[in-house]
Ligand binder design. Structure first.
Ligand code: BDP
Length: 718
């Protein structure tokens, strides 16, 4: 009996030690499995020394002690004097650091950057990790750990790094009842009922994960906001989270409901020009800063999809944003005002509406307002051209909003690495100030010399054990943070370092998985929305294809509005003969798209209504090409499955099996997308699915009849 228990205990211990449930994300820090490197690292790092204590340096200390012990499989000593093989951590103002790193270097890294440098002192080699601030030093520590986890040499280090943008932000669409709008990874990680007294370990690990990739701001609640978050009871809870995040350099923002003065303030109006309303917001801001002295500010969705806003009182977006900005300004807070607006009454092309609304307001916003623009003019689709507001508001700080949660990219069941999508947007040339006016330069403030800058992304995090539902969805959280820190990184670099940290450094594994990841976004575009199709997903829940849907209350919630398929062809004419949305771009950009014969095929149906028999570059007709793309998408998923299956045994069984199961779902759903779309569009083209392709095994009626009353992620401002 005793023996049995011992055995069970051993099994459990082994299981716990090796449980690969994904909780550790890319912060694994298991023993380096390359003996030569292990030796190099052990020689270089015998102990660590911190110049001082502070909440942030203490967080860095705990991180380094634990993680280095894991990586090097030896106890790491804390030293109080400089010795050979020491890692010294501190900030520019510490005299010892100052004596080792030049002012010049510190001048290059700003408030949050870091330097990692091997220096000689008294003939001894030491590694210095430092920032101008303690948070900079913390970021440096995480970068140093990344070097080890990805098996880089740490001899003769000389790394100087500073973030591309100041605000690197996750927007949670979490409701107070813990549902998550468009969330596919469980419930919200914020346990409001147990806060402020119960601090879930997850909050700390969340902060660590964010800090490890430089994310320094989070909006906790859904943009379809509930005003209750601004009441005292909730502010106390928010303050408890702020206390956890502060050492990790993370500021909290709250989504503010514009009508809060009415709902929780007892006022009769929320008119931004009303003195009582202005006073209410000022007092609210003062109150918030009492609880959270480093509060970041408000994120606001106003006059969009039914949310209240200044236009309810015939005021402009600038009136609304500035009123909140004035309330926050004494505390150095900022307002992030979303440009995702489209009016209930306007019948103009939805593509054009945000630009039409905001462009005339350029220069009218306070200095502490940032306008948050989605990465596409419609709505986070698998592929969109860049938003015409980028580059169109030189006197206004504009930031990007990406979507990590895969609302339109297969929820958390499809493997889709989003770095290529983010890069496509950041690398797009707006030509606002001639060639080279990339979106990245607009949003990092360098094109128009702005003093604040930012990138945000809608979070894909929930309380699933692995945080994001799909193990590979973690890579999108990671990629966003890394790109916000350095938008020059390539998708391949990001994938490479993520795989090494999250799985293993084995070359075959890294190469195979990287190839899969890098192809995955294009694959998804192919089986969902090839050649510039967009917004053809299921109504409301957005699960699966529904290009036939045409009974929504608003025209522009109907897929038929966006694809416009008829017997003549398919696609949305946004040239001068159509909605002329192209005129919102600089002439050099519209020129790239306006001619049906030269328009990049990736965007063809975004801008043209194309005849079914139109000859594409490949020599095929549009119809054949559409089929070809849909079939290629499915084939690529099958290729991903084969590639993954070949890796069995190379990594842990847990995650291998999970991904395998998810790829099976992805394959089924890719076939669903392909068949449903091909069968539906065929009713217009009247052309056959080209020979050699497997014919759909179900009817269009079957696909049209599918219902998903319980699809996850449908929100509401609760
Ligand atoms: C849409 C989502 C909706 C969000 C909206 C937004 O379907 O749930 O509230 O974006 O960004 O894509 O405000």
């Amino acid at each position: 009996m005793k023996k049995y228990f011992v055995l069970l205990y051993c099994c459990l211990t082994v299981y716990t030690l090796h449980a690969e449930d994904g909780y550790r994300l890319w912060l694994r820090y298991d023993k380096i499995d390359n003996s030569k490197l292990l030796q190099e690292y052990r020689n270089a790092i015998s102990s660590i020394q911190f110049t001082r204590t502070s909440p942030t340096l203490n967080a860095a200390k705990e991180e380094l002690l634990n993680d280095l012990q894991g990586l090097l499989d030896k106890k790491i000593q804390l030293q109080d004097k400089i010795d050979n093989g020491i890692v010294l951590i501190g900030a520019a103002a510490d005299s010892i650091i100052h004596s080792l790193i030049s002012n010049d270097t510190f001048n290059k890294i700003g408030k949050e950057g870091f330097v990692i440098k091997t220096v000689k002192r008294n003939e001894k080699n030491i590694i210095v990790i430092a920032g101008n601030t303690d948070v900079g030093a913390l970021y440096g520590c995480f970068h140093f750990l990344r070097l080890l986890q990805t098996h880089q040499t740490i001899q003769h280090l000389s790394i100087v790094s500073a973030p591309s943008v100041q605000l690197r932000m996750l927007d949670h669409w979490d409701n107070l009842n813990r549902t998550v709008e468009r969330g596919y990874a469980g419930m919200s990680i914020w346990n409001w009922q147990k806060l402020p007294d119960y601090i879930d370990r997850r909050y700390i690990d969340y902060a660590r994960a964010n800090a490890s990739i430089g994310i320094n701001a989070v909006a906790l609640n859904n943009v379809n906001a509930n005003a209750t978050i601004l009441t005292k009871d909730y502010l106390i809870k928010v303050a408890a989270l702020a206390n956890v995040f502060r050492p990790y350099g993370i500021k909290i923002f709250l989504s503010a409901r514009f009508s809060a003065p009415i709902e929780i303030g007892g006022l009769k109006t929320a008119d931004p020009l009303d003195e009582q309303v202005q006073k209410w917001w000022k007092q609210k801001a003062d109150e918030i800063y009492q609880y959270i002295p480093d509060f970041g500010g408000f994120l606001v969705k106003a006059n969009s999809e039914g949310q209240p806003g200044p236009q309810n009182y015939n005021r402009t977006h600038a009136d609304g944003a500035n009123m909140l900005a004035d309330a926050l300004a004494p505390h150095n807070g900022i307002v992030i005002w979303r440009a995702f607006v489209y009016s209930n009454d306007t019948i103009d092309d939805r593509f054009k509406q945000a630009y039409n609304e905001f462009k005339p307001l350029d220069g009218k916003f306070r200095k502490n307002v940032l306008i948050q623009v989605k990465n596409g003019p419609i709505d986070f689709q698998p592929r969109e051209p860049f938003h015409p507001l980028f580059g169109a508001m030189p006197q206004t700080q504009v930031m990007t909003e990406f979507q990590l949660t895969q609302e339109y990219l297969g929820f958390s069941t499809h493997l889709v690495f989003l770095a290529p999508l983010f890069k496509e947007c950041l690398d797009a040339d707006t030509y606002a100030k001639g060639q080279g006016s990339f979106v990245s330069k607009v949003i990092d403030g360098s094109l128009d010399n702005h003093s604040i800058s930012g990138m945000s992304a809608v979070s894909n995090i929930g309380n699933d054990i692995n945080w994001t539902g799909h193990p590979f969805a973690q890579a999108n959280w990671y990629a966003f943070g890394r790109l916000a820190w350095n938008h020059d990184l390539t998708s391949a670099q990001i994938a490479d370092e993520w795989i090494r940290q999250t799985f293993i450094n084995d070359k075959r594994f890294v190469d195979t998985v990287k190839t899969m990841m890098l192809a995955s976004r294009e694959t998804t575009v192919d089986y969902m929305t090839p050649l510039g199709l967009h917004h053809i997903m299921g109504y409301s829940h957005h699960y699966g294809p529904a290009p036939w849907y045409n009974t929504a209350t608003r025209a522009d919630w109907n897929p038929t509005y966006f694809h416009k398929a008829d017997t003549a062809g398919i696609g949305f004419d946004r040239t001068a003969t159509g909605s002329n949305a192209l005129s919102q771009y600089a002439p050099e950009v519209s020129k790239k798209f306006e001619d049906i014969n030269t328009c990049d095929e990736k965007y063809l149906l975004w801008f043209h209504h194309v005849p079914w028999n139109f000859k594409i570059n490949s020599g095929r007709s549009l119809w054949d090409e559409l089929c070809y793309k849909y079939y290629a998408g499915v084939d690529s998923v099958r290729w991903m499955q084969r590639s993954w299956n070949n890796l069995q045994g190379v990594i842990d069984d847990e995650r291998f099996e999970q991904v395998k199961m998810l790829l099976t779902i992805q394959e089924k759903e890719a076939v669903w997308w392909r068949n449903a779309c091909v069968l539906y569009f065929q009713t217009f083209s009247k052309m056959p699915v080209p020979k050699g392709f497997e014919q759909p095994d179900k009817s269009l009626e079957y696909y049209e009849g599918l219902q998903f009353p319980y699809a996850p992620g449908i929100g509401g401002n609760q």
